[in-house]
Design a protein around this ligand. Structure first.
Ligand code: CAA
Length: 367
């Protein structure tokens, strides 16, 4: 058995309420709350990026590092075209120098590409473990349809033999095709997106992945107890699920709680949805089969399954996760615009808002 031995997420310390954004943009709040399905959105300050988010997620699960032989960082919001962000983290996380560390990219699919590369590495190297971090900042231009589907966050996972949370089945369904539904060329910090096309291709990819999956796997779709989706926004996941669960019997609400208040985390989003399920379902998930759909624009999709391991709940980080989300500071739309679009940090000191320019590379990991 190979799979997820431990998993944790991190997001930024700031958020906006989608009601405030709706009012500011002159759209009905129901469009965001119901039509898109988002209640809040995490906002990244200029002194944070995929490295700081990835660090905050990984430090929760790295008990020992000497048997980590592979570290893959998946992202589509990297800080450098050459030096991988994994090499910053190799240092900050004190990973061994004989660990291979690199960055991987295929839009939001990158996290899954990293997970399966890690799976194969562990299969080839008995006794070794792999670290996967999916970390992203979802950015769209101000006052565009995409603006309401931003967010930021990271998920870190240890992949090992005899995993304590999820045993992954190697039989998967995949579908790849060349499209320009969503992409970010070097000249722009924000994604260029054809929203309607991207949503259509997401569904097309899901259908094709399921066809491929059912032709290869012994597990039938009816055998799957819960489904987790790549969640660019909640409504996309619920629409996708309606294609699988036509009888409406396998509710996915619990998988969407964290995504609905953090927003899109690109590569991390599917795995955030899994953590949301682990933390929020009341039923014992032991031995349950989980289906996962990963989609990355451009585009590559993959459907796979895993089985929850007995005792998984011993690794729960629910109290920490709830506190992390509760302790985020609410921003006004003006403050959010300053942070994201003018790159000015806002620090609250003694109830007074202090505005200062910050150095995006001043990685400060004070606990
Ligand atoms: N009350 C309730 N619902 C309302 C409403 C109201 N007052 N007003 C509008 N709505 C509904 C609409 O009917 C629509 O619902 P349906 O999709 O069920 O028809 C929904 O709200 C959205 O409305 P629009 O279609 O008018 O939305 P929009 O033009 O503002 O754009 C979007 C929505 C395309 C998702 C846009 O936010 C976007 O481009 N986002 C980025 C791209 C994206 O996330 N694509 C997802 C697939 S690609 C992917 O998954 C990779 C990735 O992470 C990016």
């Amino acid at each position: 058995m190979i799979g997820i031995d431990n998993i944790a997420f991190a997001t930024s310390d700031y958020f906006i309420d989608m009601k405030d954004l709706a009012e500011s943009r002159g759209v009905s709040v129901d469009k965001y709350y119901i039509g898109i399905g988002q209640k809040q959105m995490s906002v990244i300050p200029p002194n944070e990026d995929i490295v700081t988010l990835g660090y905050s997620a990984a430090r929760q699960i790295l008990d020992k590092t000497d048997d980590i032989g592979l570290f893959i960082l998946a992202t589509e919001s990297s800080v450098d075209q050459s030096k991988s962000a994994a090499t910053f983290l190799l240092n900050f996380l004190k990973l061994p120098s004989n660990c291979v560390a690199y960055e991987i990219k295929q839009a939001c699919y990158g996290g899954t590409a990293a997970l399966f590369s890690a799976f194969d590495y562990v299969a080839m190297n008995p006794g070794k473990r792999a670290l996967v971090i999916a970390s992203d900042v979802a950015r769209y231009p101000i006052n565009t349809p995409g603006e309401a589907t931003q967010g930021c966050g990271a998920v870190a996972m240890i992949i090992s033999e005899n995993p304590r949370i999820l045993s992954i089945n190697r039989a998967t369904g995949v579908y790849s095709s060349d499209s320009l539904d969503f992409y970010r060329p070097n000249f722009t910090e924000e994604a260029i997106v054809d929203g309607a096309l991207s949503a259509r291709l997401y569904i097309k990819s899901l259908k094709n992945c399921l066809t491929d999956f059912t032709s290869k796997s012994n597990i039938k779709i009816e055998d799957i107890d819960y489904f987790c989706y790549h969640t660019p926004f909640v409504k996309m996941a619920t629409k996708a699920h309606s294609h699988i669960d036509t009888a409406g019997q396998r509710n996915i609400d619990k998988t969407l709680i964290y995504n609905s208040i953090i927003g899109n985390t690109y590569t991390a989003s599917l795995y955030l949805s899994f953590i949301s399920l682990l933390d929020n379902i009341e039923t014992d998930l032991s031995q349950k089969i989980i289906g996962f759909f990963s989609y990355g624009s451009g585009n590559v999709g993959q459907f796979f399954t895993g089985q929850i391991v007995d005792g998984y709940a011993n690794l729960s980080k629910k109290p920490y996760n709830i506190a992390t989300l509760k302790n985020r500071q609410k921003l006004s739309v003006k403050e959010y615009e300053m942070m994201i679009y003018e790159k000015i940090s806002l620090y609250t000191q003694k109830n007074k808002l202090v505005v200062r320019k910050s150095n995006p590379r001043s990685y400060d990991f004070a606990n």
